[in-house]
Every structure is written in C-alpha cells, then in structure tokens.
Ligand binder design. Structure first.
Ligand code: FES
Length: 563
C-alpha cells in the first residue's frame, strides 16, 4: 500500500510533491497520524438530477464510519451521475463517459482501494467498468431500492406500475386526473426502481459476481440494513486494500457464469446482459451466446418480482435477499468462485436464510418458470445476435411468422404509431430501425407502444423488434439489441413493410424471409450512415462505440483480445 504517497503530481521534485500534498490535506483538519493510514477512496455520484441517489450522503457517511473503524482514511470524491430519465438522448450514451470518469479518477488520485457507490441503472456498470480498467482494489455498494407507495389501497412501485398505468391511460381506461395522482405515488422514497428492473438486476449481479458484500443487493435505500451494509463495506475496503485484492482476482469466468445464472433466475433485465458484457469485457472476459442459451435452458426463474411476478425488491429483502436465491441455485453455481471478501462464494453461502417467503423466492423444485428469462437469438435478421426476455413475453407469440410494419426512426414511430389510418393488425410484427448505439444512442425505445387503435381495441401484446433497448421494468414479446444495428447497414435496415419475419424462441432464431437477391438490391440503395455529432464526447461515442453484442463499450477501452 502506498497511501497518500501514490502517484504524485509532477513538479520535478518528488519530495516537494509529497510535502505539498500533505500540506494541502492538513487544511481538511484531519489528524496528522491519519494521513499515514491506507487511503480508501469513495467514488460517489450524488446529483439533484438523480433522485435514485437521494440517500447517498447518509450512505457515504456510513461507509466512512466503517473505513475509520478499520483503520483507513476515507476520501470521498464525486464523479458524474446518471439519472435514468434526466438524460437526452439516453443515459446509455453517457455510461461510457462515467466509466472513463471513474477510471481516470481512481487511477490518478492516491487511493489503495475504492468503494464505488451508485445505484441508478447505468451508474453501477459504469463504476465497475472504470474500476476494472483502473485495476485498483475495489468494492461496490449500491444505493438500494425504493420502498413502495400506495395509491387507492394498491401498492405502487417504479417503474413496472408506471408502464401499466400509462398503457391503461393510452387505452382510455384511466383519465387525466387519475394519471396525475398516480404520477405522484409511483416513486415515493429515495432509492432505485422498486422492481426487478435494470438497477435491481445489476445490484444482484454485482453480489453474485462477488464484487459486493453478501446481503448488499436488496436492502432498501431507507432501511437501516442499508447503512449497516455501508459500514461493513467501508471496513471491508480496508481489508481489501491491505490484501491488494484487485478485481481481476475476484471476477473470473466462474463468477461471470454465476452472475449469468443469477440474471436468469431472477428474471432480470435485458439491459444487464449488455452491461455485464461490457463489465466482464474490461477484464478480457467474453460472454458466449451459446453458453448463455445453455444456461438459460437449465436455470429456472425463481423470483416472483415485477415485471414478471407480483412482488417488489423490499419483499425480496424481507424474504432472505439474494442469499435465498443463491441458496436455491447452489447446485447450479460454481461455489469455488472467489469474492471480494477473500472467501469463496460457497464459504459465504453457509446454511442460507432461516426463513424464506416462498411466494417471493420459489424453491428450485417448484420454480416460477422452468427455464431462464433470456434467450440470445440469431438468424438472418440478427447475424450477431438479438435478445428476447421470454419470462416477460407472451408464450403464445414465441413461434410467430408475421408481416413487418416498419418504422424507420424514433421520429417516424412517434409520428405514426397512433395514426388511426395505420395499416396494422394484431398479427403483424412491429419493426423499429435506427435506434441502435450509433443510430440513436440505443435508448429504451424497444418497448414500442401498441398502436393506439389496437390498444383501444384491447390488444395487449404484439411481437416488436428493434436495435434499441428496453427498460428492465417493461414486459411484452419484444426482441431487442438487433446486431449489427440498422444505422451501420445491418439487415434490420433492409426490412420493408410487408416483408415476412419469423421469430422462433424454441430455435433461438430471428429471420427475415426475403430472398438474397432482393436484399442485395436494397443494400445497394441504402443511404450512407448519418453523421454523428461534430464535436465532444458525442463524437467520440458515435465513432468508437461497439455493438450490443460487445456491451456497447468504446473500442479502445476493451482489451485487444476482445476488440
Ligand atoms: Fe433510477 Fe430506475 S430510474 S433506478
């Protein structure tokens, strides 16, 4: 450990650099002795634009308590923060920017280990990506989920219920007064979305990866357990610093496989697959589509949280937390996988929780669904892949051949989806083009609304296909992340209204049923890709972002073996 003596500002005189650094730090009023302790950075991400992180100051204080009690010197520092619904065109564009911020600040500042404190969808993967590239000992602490609110006697939690009520509003079942009241009751505490959306999925994945303490994924943001986990994480960070335990010693192919098992068993978000691909990729670890599908076929869904079940994250916490899930899955997990604590996953599992609410965490012998939530599709429409969340989809639509109704952009979708004259039937396949990483930053627009006239007629689900993402809180028979994306000339760009498309979940296939000669003609006539932003980070993202199959990372951030 180097403590404050790591990586001096270069004045051409190292002794002077050290003297100057310590002089300035005395301005903080810390005791002179404390400056010789192991330095534990705390990467914080507070922002008024990120209400999910509202409780972060108190949580950081609990981390500092833990660090001090274990003999470390806590040094909190801010990075940018990404509030999911406050960023245009989409927070996805800025995940890699936050990762760069974290990486550079962890590397440039003197710290022996770092506690990463984040929660809202993109912040956790960004922090892990950055810390993994920095290579310094690190441990993740999530902010924890929101608690539910009440509306006319019904529990509400962001954001599956947001979508449910909005769909009812669009269908004319909910009026303006009611939707305004619902708006005020969906997100009523600090914390991340209350369901098994992307933030909750990432929290569970981080714990399964071994990068966070046991029990840390589910404690609600406003629960005392969250602060206890914060304190324990701070203390653990000092031990990790002393041991020099870097992320590459923790995250291995075995722990990534365990994380995929958990992703599948919790019915987790499709976004998490992109993020886990990017996070693992920073350590040179690849996710193999065939392995994902094999794991999916042998991992039942055990957790009954929205959007696939009826419960919320606070219920999972009260039902034993992720430990209850891991314990059920123990025969499917690699228990020898290391964790940030220095113990193996098997060591940490122990006997499992003494009581589990089986309406929330099903036993392996009687799962919520017999197979896992996600399927990686391939075929002529998605040569490099696409994903469907079968646990949130309608099985009646799993084997569908239908007529494409194409929207060429997000603007085209917005302009025509509710047109009463739109030529569309419930058996058609809605296709959205140019919403991938280069086309539009890959927003969560893959949850195409049911066309207004069909919604009013009672249609609840249709097959929908795009190169966009979907919120982890959403549901429907929705094919996402089609790669290569339309904006760089992928086959998705060649689809025209009236074409036939075949989806087969059982065969993991997605095919465009148009002959190759016709596709070649269309390919010739494609316009050149649209220019991206002319300057700044937007230009960097546009020019260097990889496809969804590579986690949408920037090509120069990925180790050469994977780029
Ligand atoms: Fe922050 Fe859902 S909006 S976690």
């Amino acid at each position: 450990m180097n403590g404050l003596d790591r990586g001096f500002a270069n004045y051409g005189d190292v002794a002077f650099s050290r003297f100057l650094r310590r002089s300035f730090l005395h301005a903080s009023g810390r005791s002179p002795e404390s400056l010789d302790r192991p330095v534990i950075g705390i990467a914080t991400s507070p922002s008024d634009f990120n209400p999910c992180h509202r409780a972060l100051p108190e949580l950081v204080t609990s981390v500092e308590r833990g660090i001090l009690s274990a003999g470390g010197l806590p040094m909190a520092f801010p990075t940018i923060s990404l509030g999911e619904s406050f960023l245009t065109p989409t927070s996805m564009v800025f995940r890699n920017l936050m990762a760069m911020d974290v990486e550079e600040m962890v590397r440039a500042q003197p710290m022996d280990a770092v506690v990463l404190v984040g929660g809202c969808d993109k912040t956790v993967p960004a922090q892990l990506m950055g810390a993994f590239s920095a290579g310094r000992p690190a441990i993740q602490l999530v902010t924890g989920p929101m608690s539910t609110g009440r509306y006319h006697g019904e529990r509400l939690g962001a954001c599956t219920d947001c979508r449910r009520f909005w769909a009812r509003y669009r269908a004319g079942e909910v009026d303006d007064v009611e939707i305004a009241e619902v708006e005020r009751n969906l997100a009523t505490t600090a914390g991340t979305c209350a369901v098994m959306g992307t933030a909750s999925t990432m929290a569970c994945i981080v714990e399964a990866l071994g990068m966070a303490l046991p029990g840390s994924a589910t404690a609600p943001a406003v629960h005392a357990d969250r602060l206890r986990v914060g304190e324990a994480t701070g203390a653990a960070a000092v031990e990790i610093a002393r041991a020099g335990r870097t992320p590459d010693q923790v995250v291995t192919p075995a722990s990534v496989r365990n994380a995929l098992r958990v992703l599948l068993a919790i019915g987790g978000s499709t976004n998490a697959l992109v993020h886990l691909t990017a996070v693992a990729g920073r350590l040179g670890l690849r996710i193999d589509p065939d392995e994902l599908n094999a794991l999916s076929d042998t991992t039942p869904v055990l957790v009954e949280l929205k959007p696939t079940g009826d419960h919320y994250m606070e219920d999972l916490h009260a039902s034993g937390g992720l430990a209850a899930v891991l314990h059920e899955l123990r025969d499917l997990l690699d228990l020898s996988a290391p964790t940030v604590t220095g113990k193996t996953l098997g060591d940490l599992l122990g006997e499992g929780p003494r009581w589990v609410d089986r309406s929330v965490v099903r036993p392996l012998s009687d799962p919520a669904r017999p197979v896992g939530g996600l399927v990686w599709l391939r075929g002529s429409l998605a040569p490099q892949g696409a994903v469907i969340k079968r646990s949130a989809a309608d099985p009646a639509l799993f084997e569908t051949t239908g007529r494409a109704v194409v929207f060429t952009s997000l603007e085209d979708l917005a302009a025509r989806i509710d047109d009463p004259d739109l030529d569309v039937t419930p058996d058609d396949v809605l296709v959205l083009q140019n919403a991938g990483p280069r086309g539009a930053g890959m927003p969560e627009a893959g949850y195409l609304p049911i066309p207004g006239k069909l919604a009013r007629a009672g249609v609840k689900d249709m097959v929908r296909i795009s190169d966009a993402r979907m919120s982890g809180t959403a549901y429907g028979t929705i094919v996402l992340h089609v790669t290569p994306e339309a904006a760089i000339g992928g086959p998705l760009a060649l689809v025209r209204t009236g074409d036939r498309i075949r989806l087969s979940v059982s065969e993991a296939r997605l095919d465009l049923l148009v002959d190759e000669a016709e596709l070649a003609r269309r390919r010739e006539a494609l316009p050149p890709p649209p220019p991206g932003p002319a300057t700044g980070y937007g230009r960097l993202f546009h020019e260097r972002v990889l496809g969804a199959d590579q986690g949408c990372d920037l090509d120069f951030c990925v180790p050469p073996a994977l780029s």
